[in-house]
Write a protein that binds this ligand. Structure first.
Ligand code: HEC
Ligand code: HEC
Ligand code: HEC
Length: 272
């Protein structure tokens, strides 16, 4: 069954103010994105069309109509090719309008070129406002289900999701036992939480090569925050308040990393 979710894209920081319905992109697009293709052929065609559009205007402004015509033909070719790539979206494409643009450039009449460009451009805009955001969310973010992290407590490899669950459970157990006044148990789960949270940054290198990226979300400051927590847990008198303060500092890192990495996963899962 096809699941659709509807949300205000404004929330995700996109520039379209209207409400759209999110659907999984058409299956034929899968061929042009990872893991099936690293070349992103559909997106390259898009850039080709946009460059060709610019090539037309640029040359007409400088009086080079023949060059403009080359670009118009190039635009028509990429437009037709894009239409063939995704049969499900056939109705968005109006090949006759691409033809009109070529003819307008051939006629060397600037007004007809403007008119034909606007009409063709509207077909681009219509599809973009319906689909661009979803396509980016669906294909541009890698999946985490193939990534495993070694759990330092139970000494086994876990998928990201299961690892997160155990780590979050250790954290919650720490909170529950602390609030119940069961300090020994709180310490035990607190230690597990710290160990698991420290191990977390071993996953980053599976996607990132930039040390700066890793440092900014799970680097020295993050590890220091975890050391601080461990220290108060090992003190002769465990101060509940201080533990909670450190947990809230650490939570900021979870939150920031989730904003970048978890939100796309939630959208992808909802679209499956
Ligand atoms: C890489 C940055 C990153 C950091 C740092 C991070 N998480 Fe996550 N978290 C993720 C991703 C990605 C997922 C989704 C994994 C999936 O569903 O495949 C996730 C999922 C979760 C989930 C949901 C698991 C479920 O049941 O679906 C919880 C709970 C969670 N994280 C807790 C935490 C806590 C607590 C911290 C901090 C101590 C933390 N995470 C730090 C990336 C991160
Ligand atoms: C039937 C749908 C559809 C039509 C028609 C369409 N596009 Fe696109 N376009 C998309 C989708 C989907 C994306 C997002 C692809 C991605 O990010 O991988 C996109 C992305 C783009 C981008 C890249 C934007 C960015 O910054 O990532 C450009 C440029 C673009 N299109 C230009 C055009 C032009 C010019 C036309 C018309 C001549 C056009 N498109 C017609 C669906 C369409
Ligand atoms: C499954 C792959 C994956 C994993 C694992 C992963 N990231 Fe990312 N991360 C991404 C993607 C994709 C982006 C979006 C930007 C991009 O395409 O590079 C991103 C963006 C970021 C950014 C913001 C942009 C930048 O590159 O500085 C930071 C910071 C970051 N990740 C840190 C981390 C840290 C720290 C970890 C480990 C705790 C981690 N990531 C784990 C895929 C991943």
């Amino acid at each position: 069954m096809k699941k659709t979710i509807s949300l205000l894209l404004l929330l995700l920081g996109f520039a379209f103010p209207q409400q759209i319905t999110m659907k999984r992109p058409p299956k034929s697009l899968d061929k042009y994105y990872p893991p099936q293709s690293q070349k992103m052929e559909f997106l390259s065609n898009m850039f080709a069309m946009s460059t060709a559009f610019h090539g037309i205007t640029l040359n007409i402004n400088e009086g080079r109509w023949e060059k403009a015509l080359d670009w118009a033909r190039q635009l028509k070719k990429s437009y037709e090719e894009s239409a063939r790539m995704v049969p499900e979206w056939k109705d968005y494409f109006k090949p006759a309008l691409a033809d009109n643009l070529v003819k307008a450039v051939q006629s060397k009449n600037a007004d007809s070129v403007i008119k034909a460009s606007r009409e063709l451009g509207q077909t681009c805009n219509k599809c973009h406002s319906d689909h661009q955001a979803v396509v980016k969310l669906y294909y541009h973010f890698p999946r985490y289900d193939k990534i495993t992290i070694e759990d330092p407590v139970e000494l086994q490899n876990l998928k990201t999701k299961d690892y997160m669950k155990r780590m979050a459970n250790s954290m919650k157990s720490l909170q529950v036992f602390l609030m119940q006044g069961d300090v020994a148990k709180a310490k035990e789960h607190g230690d597990n939480f710290v160990e698991r949270a420290k191990q977390l940054n071993t996953m980053c290198t599976k996607c990132h090569t930039s040390k700066a990226s890793i440092e900014s979300l799970a680097g020295r400051d993050y590890l220091t925050a975890l050391d601080n927590l461990q220290r108060v847990l090992n003190a002769p008198q465990v101060s509940r308040e201080t533990v909670f303060k450190h947990l809230s500092d650490i939570g900021q890192y979870c939150y920031r990393c989730h904003n970048v990495h978890l939100i796309p996963v939630l959208v992808q899962d909802a679209l499956k």
